[in-house]
Write a protein of this length. Sequence first.
Length: 433
Amino acid sequence: MSRSKSEKSPILIVLLSLFVLLLGPLHLFSIEEGVENPNSSSKKQTVLWKGEVTAVFKNRGSIKVKIHKNQKILQSNSSEIKSLFTQNMELPVFQKETKTQIGKFILREALWEETQLTTKKKYFEVTLRGDFQKDENQRNPIIEITTDSYIASLGEKDFFVEPNTFFKGRATLAKQSIIHPKDRKEMVLVNRGLILYGQGTDASADSFNPNYMNLKLSTIPEIRAFYIDKYEVTNQEYSLFLEKTNRKPPPHWLNGKFPEGEEDHPVHSLTYREAEAYAVWTGKRLPTEWEWERAAKGPGVIQFTNRDETIGFDTIPQRYPFGDEFDPMYCNTRESKIAKTVSVYELSEEGASPFGVIGMCGNVPEWTSSWYETYPGHFLRSYALGKQFKVVRGGSFSESARQATVYYRSYGGIPNLTEDRRAGFRLVWDYKE
């Protein structure tokens, strides 16, 4: 005798339930074409800017905040900075001491004063108009903003994107650091931008830029984005190159080997042609001196638009990769009293350049690919100037702090680029924009 329909129903229900549990909801429903896979990218939260509340105008519903210039802001022009403040933004408000969120500020308008966008101060102030909304989830919610609070603008940044996102034609952010496939060295990104090279105070020096005080787009070159070695090339890395290419070691390596215990010290006393050969082997190249300088100090200039829509520039004076004041803890020069090279991995991270490059001050000098010539418009004359010698940058442990500034220029190639054992080096790799 056959079973009735009512008897079959419980069995069907049980089977369907097991089917759902085993396969899961993703197997029952297809993802519609055009809907972005939530697993296609990973994001991390970053602080775009942080502003300390310095004044509260209750009758006007506005507050004044003091925003300290981080590296991102220093490298942005006026219009880019203003774009960080848009209408109807919801900005979280935190208490200074506890750093707990007490509410949010709905931004309606940002009031600027152009004179405040200068580098003479380490911060700038802007008046924000809007409404404060307290956090009702707090035990004792604060009714209004006080000067005991600060505002932060938070954002998300992709740090990994699946290949399928790329092939859909969606733009992705460049990786801030990579491992080069040939020599396995870590490299950091130096983004595209302007470079205010040299200095504008000592006209008798070869680093003098005659256009330093006469800034306009025609006198400030733009550097394309590139990756640069985070650390100088070490003895061990250069030794591997010699082994792979069957080349002779430097004559100061006793018995053909670098000093014991100095495998992570930067290789030094190489000729330009030896450094160039290593670059060819890796598929990278030596940096130009302006690329080297941008990696060491950042752009050196901020571009902004005046109220009359003319372009203006503001200089960012910086003598060393870590700031304007010398510190022997961050730079291995004669003042450090170490009197020898140190491991590239022992150098302080606090001495890094704005782009995160280590060791661009002292330790060993570094070759660049640029010919030692005067800067455009400079009157200086010397037998060394011309397409005969190559520019050397960075100073060394045996030189003074003055010779380790980000704009100091030296040269090598006497009597020629095959014999002068002048410096060490680090390499760059072009970023395909």
